[in-house]
Design a protein around this ligand. Structure first.
Ligand SMILES: [Zn+2]
Length: 341
């Protein structure tokens, strides 16, 4: 586990549509381990690592690993007469989880604030919350413009030897696993495209143009696997924290390609990688599977407890198992050739 890389990836802001800061971190990390790195029009960062010793006259299989760079957050919607701000949610915010959270408004300069209820009473709905930055209105309007992005301020915390807590493990754990797998990949007989996508949280908007341009044969999205937790019933979720990486059987947008799933399960068993079957919400795999002629696709990723809150929990062993699965998969992906051509 590269704790420094994990902290850098998790502490760099980048809400949907405003991914520049995290995409810069990703670009810098991909450069040393890719042959080419570029950013496409919508903002995806794509790193290409060419196949080692391709057979003459044959195009190596194209394999995409994709992790979404965006995190959920907010956009400033209005500033009232007292300098309090209303906000527009960007991505699926959970009202219960965000009252009293610290935030950063990315205005003329980063401005710290806190989310508070707009009136007294029971638990407020999202539309009944304000951001208070503790500054007079004149100062607020000088520093903040309607449309400025707002991110949560919770930084990465190590709760104990095994478990980390962060605001954006969905999907910065995916970003970390993508970078770590590329960094430790010795050689592969496929063309590997590492794609750091944008705007997944607002409806898988970044992946389609990248998939269209790359025309992958196989695609794995890397995203969180939902787990049970304190208020999340055990019978509703398949994955548990600390019991291995999650491999998606299906989610709200994709049914995992069964040949690819069988290959992944066998790979885990052969290489003693702990894994769990997962049923998830909806990921970039949907666009990998359906864009152009379509790729064999599914999603893998470490179990993440309390997704879409600012206190997401993840286990070190699950993160390591995910990296190991991705690196092992890339080394063996050419074995899928007979299924594809
Ligand atoms: Zn996600």
């Amino acid at each position: 586990m590269d704790a420094q890389l994990l902290a850098q990836v998790c502490n760099t802001p980048g809400i949907s549509g405003f991914e520049e800061p995290i995409q810069e971190v990703v670009t810098a990390a991909l450069r040393p381990c890719c042959d080419e790195v570029w950013r496409d029009r919508i903002g995806n960062v794509i790193g290409l690592r060419r196949a080692t010793d391709p057979r003459p006259g044959e195009r190596p299989l194209r394999v995409v690993l994709a992790a979404h760079a965006d995190e959920i957050g907010m956009m400033v919607k209005s500033i009232d007469g007292d300098g309090f701000m209303r906000f527009q949610p960007v991505g699926g915010l959970n009202a219960q989880a965000i009252v009293s959270q610290r935030v950063v408004i990315h205005g003329q300069q980063p401005i710290q604030g806190v989310i508070v209820p707009a009136r007294d009473g029971g638990p407020p709905a999202l539309a009944d919350m304000l951001i208070d930055v503790g500054r007079p209105r004149e100062e607020v309007v000088r520093l903040v413009t309607v449309g400025d992005p707002v991110s949560f301020a919770q930084e990465l915390v190590q709760l104990n030897d095994q478990v980390y807590m962060g605001r954006n493990f969905d999907d910065r754990l995916g970003t970390y696993c993508l970078l770590a797998a590329l960094q430790q990949l010795p050689a592969a007989q496929v063309d590997v495209y590492a794609v750091s996508t944008v705007q997944e949280e607002v409806g898988v908007r970044g992946m389609p143009p990248a998939a269209y341009a790359i025309e992958p044969d196989i695609g794995l999205a890397i995203d969180g696997s939902v787990t049970w937790g304190a208020h999340i019933p055990k019978h509703e979720y398949l994955c548990a924290l600390g019991e291995g990486t999650g491999i998606y059987l299906m989610d709200g947008l994709t049914i995992g390609d069964r040949r690819l799933l069988r290959f992944l399960f066998e790979l885990c068993e052969r290489h003693q990688i702990r894994y769990q079957r997962n049923i998830g919400g909806g990921t970039d795999a949907s666009a990998l599977q359906r864009t152009g002629r379509g790729a064999l696709a599914t999603t893998v990723g470490a179990p993440t407890r309390y997704m879409h809150s600012t206190v997401q929990l993840a286990h070190v062993d699950d993160i390591d198992a995910t990296v190991q699965l991705l690196a092992t998969f890339l080394q063996h992906a050419h074995e899928l050739e007979p299924l594809i051509r």
